[in-house]
Design a protein around this ligand. Structure first.
Ligand code: UTP
Length: 290
């Protein structure tokens, strides 16, 4: 059994349709769209690795198997690069996830984020992390590592939260809280995608979670929530009374790469903070801002 204070497993739910990014997502999974030359899913895997996570569960759809292929060895490409460019090969090898560490689960139909997490239930035996790869977070300390540290202190469910403009509350799960202590908010209610007038705060839940396995019991009820989907927020809400849920305001910058403008902002920000591209990107921007 997984010790209660050890979080060694992450779930990446990657079976969504990606409708906000159509038409490209008709054939290219959203999670493989690149920021510079690195796909979103690799940023997510690197974040988990930085936090000491060792088991990587991908909940994917039958049409999106290329996401897990990305982390597997490609013999043909390897033998080509061995002769042509061994530096590129070293770069590629860093991405591999071993067969023992990579678990693939299929969600046959996109019934919602909650359902995607439930699909991984057979592989969960203790607290676990969830990372939504389309929420890219750039931070000094990996966001999920910051959250594991909060978990170690409190042993409750932890959701990452961010202050947002009130006009955007209807795009998120929003928290109501009893009390807060610096960056920790002790949650008393969560509302999925409220109207601006019904939102209990402007603190939105974003795509990082540390969850206790009990949440899976709630998910097994398969309760249909907002938008006709099985919502993870609804299941987490049922744990508030017994296990508690803390909203954690993380340190770092988040980019919502599930939509075109968010992904564009991420491209610009990541490029400007990369010494290899910075000057060229600034030159290009000056040219177009004239
Ligand atoms: P989103 O809410 O962004 O949905 O899912 P989506 O389908 O990917 O994109 P849009 O809204 O149609 O543009 C957040 C995360 O949850 C996964 C998605 O792949 C994404 O990583 N997800 C969502 C599932 O794995 N299964 C689902 O049924 C729904």
């Amino acid at each position: 059994m997984n010790a209660l204070n050890q979080i060694k497993t992450v779930i990446f739910p990657v079976a969504g349709i990606g409708s906000r990014f159509l038409p490209v997502t008709k054939t290219v999974p959203k999670e493989l769209l690149p920021i510079l030359n690195i796909p979103l899913i690799e940023y997510a895997v690197n974040e988990a690795r930085e936090a000491g996570i060792e088991r990587f569960i991908f909940v994917s759809s039958p049409e999106k198997q290329s996401i897990t292929d990305y982390f597997k060895k490609d013999k043909k490409l390897e033998s080509y690069l061995k002769n042509k460019n061994s530096d590129l090969l070293i770069g590629l090898e860093k991405n591999f996830i071993s067969d023992e560490s990579l678990i693939e689960v299929v969600q046959e139909e996109p019934l919602g984020l909650g359902h995607a997490i439930w699909c991984a239930r057979d592989y969960i035996d203790g607290p676990f992390a969830v990372i939504l790869p389309d929420d890219l977070i750039i931070s000094k300390v990996a966001c999920i590592k910051q959250m594991i540290n909060v978990y170690k202190e409190h042993k409750s469910n932890i959701v990452a939260i961010q202050e947002i403009d009130s006009v955007n509350v209807s795009k998120y799960g929003v928290i109501d809280y009893d009390d807060n202590n610096k960056d920790y908010y002790f949650i008393k209610n969560m509302v999925e995608k409220p109207n601006i007038n019904d939102a209990p705060s402007n603190l939105a839940i974003i795509g990082r979670y540390i969850l206790l396995p009990n949440v899976l019991n709630s998910l097994s009820d398969k309760k249909i929530g907002f938008g006709g989907e099985i919502q993870l927020t609804d299941a987490i809400k049922t744990t508030i009374k017994n296990e508690g849920v803390i909203g954690y305001k993380f340190e770092g910058n988040r980019y919502d790469c599930g939509n075109v403008i968010g992904a564009l902002e991420a491209q610009i920000s990541v490029a400007i903070n990369n010494s290899r591209y910075k000057d060229k990107v600034i030159d290009i921007m000056k040219k177009y801002l004239k």
